[in-house]
Design a binder for this molecule. Structure first.
Ligand code: NAD
Length: 261
């Protein structure tokens, strides 16, 4: 546990399942107050809130589409009215749509960019405005991906969005570094969450994914949440503008692992 997180207020977008759910739980374990955003899964969000409370934290759930300004404002308003302010904002919500790039519809392209990139901008803007206007120490964590670095054919919209998140994160980290706001990204590799359920149910695809990971296993949402807790805490007080890859070594060019080539 990180004692400085006790009593701090966090917003976690896309918190009803997957990585966001694990981050909310971990923040509960740090005795934080957590605004859990969900898009459609109210029951999942209610369950997540109960877990946060069981872990020793406080929780509020908020339906919001994080690709909109109103959605993000709703999250900040809840943090302020329910818990008295904001300390940590996690832009976790994300989505992907597979398609050969020459066939992708404009609608699908826009959908992915709206959630994965515009949502991160709007969430960050909302949090930054609060931190700066209130002259308050702040912390922003953006969920990127190994695909901010590794090209991903048939997922060009996702890779474009995450590549954008990488440089957006570094840019605002620099812009607000001397105003007591730290901004970092997390780049998960292959993590066992609903976004991958279909893929991992197929043994061939599962084995292929594992073969691209030097540690020879898929990661857990809890392992990503541990990174989020560290970045949120003062233990990382001199860290800003990084992407913390939590990927079992996936970004280490695993094809070279036999020392050949
Ligand atoms: P997930 O599908 O389990 O969860 C994604 C969450 O985002 C869901 O709760 C969903 O409702 C929410 N969401 C989507 N659109 C939204 C919107 N418009 N408004 C509000 N919420 C919305 O996936 P996950 O694996 O938990 O992914 C979480 C984040 O981690 C994403 O940004 C994803 O790109 C990233 N990531 C995941 C992996 C992985 O292997 N699971 C790898 C790299 C990056």
């Amino acid at each position: 546990m990180y004692s400085d997180l006790n009593g701090k207020v966090a917003v976690v977008t896309g918190g009803s399942k997957g990585i966001g759910n694990a981050i909310a739980k971990r923040f509960g374990g740090e005795h934080m107050s957590v605004v859990i955003n969900y898009h459609t899964d109210e029951v999942g969000a209610q369950k997540a809130a109960k877990v946060v409370e069981d872990e020793g934290g406080r929780a509020a759930i908020v339906q919001a589409d994080i690709s909109t300004e109103e959605g993000n404002k709703k999250l900040l308003d809840t943090a302020i009215h329910e818990f008295g302010g904001l300390d940590v904002w996690v832009n976790n919500a994300g989505m992907e749509i597979k398609s050969p790039t020459h066939k992708v519809s404009l609608e699908d392209w826009d959908k992915v960019i709206a959630v994965d990139q515009r949502g991160v901008f709007l969430g960050s803007k909302t949090a930054l405005d609060y931190f700066v206007s209130n002259d308050k120490k702040g912390n922003i964590i953006n969920m990127s991906s190994v695909h901010e670095q590794i090209p991903w054919p048939t997922f060009a919209s996702y890779a474009a969005a995450k590549g954008g998140v990488k440089l957006f994160t570094k840019t605002i980290a620099m812009e607000y570094a001397n105003q007591n706001v730290r901004v970092n990204a997390i780049g998960p590799g292959a993590i066992n969450t609903p976004i991958n359920a279909e893929k991992f149910a197929d043994k061939k695809q599962y084995d292929k994914t594992v073969s691209m990971i030097p540690m020879d296993r898929i990661g857990t949402p809890e392992e990503v949440a541990a990174g989020a807790a560290w970045l949120a805490s003062d233990e990382s007080s001199y860290v800003t503008g990084i992407t913390l890859f939590i990927d079992g070594g996936m970004t280490l060019y695993p094809a070279f692992k036999d020392g050949e080539g």
